[in-house]
Design a protein around this ligand. Structure first.
Ligand SMILES: [Zn+2]
Ligand SMILES: [Zn+2]
Length: 229
């Protein structure tokens, strides 16, 4: 980053004060996001769903309706936490980070996310893998960019085949799960595994991953995402 580029906020493009530049760039060694933008990120606090981590309005509840429905259908609970609400500034962040090549914006949440994962007391950190196509377009995996080298690629994306009609029903059903275990990356079955995703939206992705890991014998699972939509 050159000095001329570094004088505006990476999210709102407003000029930064000298103090902000010094603070962010040299003291905290993060990317350049102005104080006003940083204040707009809203943490999830108060009572949350014990399955998906969404903020609950009624603190007498322990689960959201969505997760209750999932549990009834699938029978397997999840244990997920999200750090932030997916509000306008978070959308803006992902727009620049994921879709406009803003790899350096990983810095904004790297420390906080690592700290939170460490606090969960996990043995193995597992990122959600990107499809090859998306990886080639984006040039990086937005989850591993937050994690540095501190993760294990236990999961792979299944290559989607075009011959769905030739498969048997059971093959088709299992092929609906876009993930599978990476045969080259196994760890002890008793390990506490934390799956990391960027945004929790419908919960389908995370539930697919729990299902694959449980089938493989991993029972001590939790997951985390930066944002909850
Ligand atoms: Zn800004
Ligand atoms: Zn929930």
């Amino acid at each position: 980053m050159t000095l001329t580029e570094s004088t505006t906020c990476n999210l709102c493009q407003q000029p930064l004060s000298d103090l902000e530049i010094i603070r962010e760039m040299f003291i905290f060694k993060t990317c350049l996001v102005c104080r006003a933008c940083q204040k707009k990120f809203k943490k999830i606090t108060g009572s949350t769903c014990q399955q998906c981590g969404v903020a609950l309005e009624d603190d007498r509840c322990v689960q959201c309706l969505d997760c209750m429905a999932w549990l009834e259908r699938v029978g397997e609970p999840i244990k997920h936490v999200s750090l932030y609400h997916y509000n306008d500034i978070m959308q803006q962040y992902f727009k620049y980070y994921k879709f406009q090549g803003g790899y350096h914006l990983a810095e904004l949440f790297r420390h906080e996310l690592s700290w939170k994962i460490r606090n969960l007391g996990v043995d193995v950190v597992v990122p959600i893998p990107l499809s090859e196509v998306k990886y080639n377009i984006r040039g990086f995996n937005q989850v591993t960019a937050w994690l540095g080298n501190d993760y294990q690629s236990l999961l792979q994306r299944v290559h989607q085949s075009n011959s769905q009609s030739e498969k048997s029903r059971s093959e088709r059903l299992s092929s609906e799960n876009p993930f599978r275990l990476n045969p080259n990356q196994l760890c002890v079955k008793t390990a506490k595994i934390c799956v990391v995703d960027d945004i929790y939206t419908t919960g389908t992705t995370i539930r697919h991953v729990y299902s694959i890991l449980r089938q493989a014998g991993y029972q001590n699972l939790c997951s985390i995402s930066l944002a909850h939509a």
